[in-house]
Design a protein around this ligand. Structure first.
Ligand SMILES: Nc1ncnc2c1ncn2[C@@H]1O[C@H](COP(=O)(O)OP(=O)(O)OP(=O)(O)O)[C@@H](O)[C@H]1O
Ligand SMILES: [Mg+2]
Length: 236
């Protein structure tokens, strides 16, 4: 992302949600995004994922600028090259675990790669649950299903907005360990928004946003140092 800005509204009501952010996410990196409420984290994530367009500046995915793309192209790119994980899992309750995981393939018209499906489901630890409905699973298991769904298209980038926000701390840490394994073992690139310094400490580096600006980047974060920086930037 190069010099990205994002304004909402205009005139007296205008909000500058991003004020010139430049970031490179290396392939196989695990990056956490932190900052006070309203600092622009979700806006940053949405622009980086092509869910929203920056007002100025550029977003490139694998070297390809998103700015020249039409809506249909962007939609395809999001389906095929980005996996999303949300705080609220967003699974379809009427579908089995298997059908939830393979939903992105149906949307993008991609054939099922059986070996990859088996690898993903065993890695996230839900290979025994494929016939269940989401409501029959615990929160942690549902989030694992959502992670498998995010991986099924072999995306370039996995985006996670508060992925452990709805989980107790033990289950949350299992999910974070899973992210770290995906990064280390599969070379997956992960970008995660979190308010939790412990969650951020699982990442390789933390980006701190304040008032729409990237104010600090911390490599090899430790929970304690992250918490201290958050306090400094006025975060929770
Ligand atoms: N659709 C929108 N229309 C107008 N203003 C918006 C819109 N979305 C976000 N904003 C504003 O942009 C700024 C950044 O919002 P953003 O949601 O990115 O913050 P955040 O860091 O994700 O906050 P939180 O931690 O509360 O989720 C805020 O001032 C917000 O009010
Ligand atoms: Mg947000």
């Amino acid at each position: 992302m190069r010099e990205a800005t994002k304004n909402y509204g205009s005139g007296g009501n205008a909000v500058q949600a991003l004020r010139g952010i430049s970031v490179d996410l290396a392939r196989g990196s695990f990056t956490a995004v932190m900052g006070p409420s309203g600092s622009g984290k979700s806006t940053f994530l949405h622009c980086a994922a092509g869910l929203d367009r920056p007002t100025s500046g550029q977003v490139l995915l694998g070297g390809v600028p998103l700015s020249g793309m039409r809506e249909a192209e962007l939609t395809r790119l999001r389906r095929e090259r980005i996996g999303f994980v949300f705080q609220a899992y967003n699974l379809l309750p009427a579908l089995s675990v298997r059908d939830n995981i393979t939903m992105p393939l149906r949307l993008s018209g991609t054939p099922l790669d059986r070996a990859w499906f088996d690898e993903v489901t065993s890695r996230v630890g839900i290979a025994e649950k494929l016939r269940k409905r989401p409501s029959e699973l615990s929160g942690g298991q549902q989030q694992r299903v959502a992670i498998a769904r995010a991986l099924i298209n072999r995306p370039d980038l996995v985006m996670a907005d508060e992925p452990t926000g709805a989980l107790d701390s033990h289950t949350g840490q299992e999910v974070l360990r899973l992210f770290r394994e995906l990064v280390h073992d599969l070379g997956q690139t992960v970008l995660m928004v979190t308010h939790d310094p412990v969650a951020a400490s699982y990442a390789h580096s933390v980006l701190f946003l304040a008032d729409g600006r990237l104010v600090e980047r911390m490599d090899r974060p430790e929970a304690k140092t992250v918490a201290e920086r958050m306090a400094h930037f006025g975060g929770r």
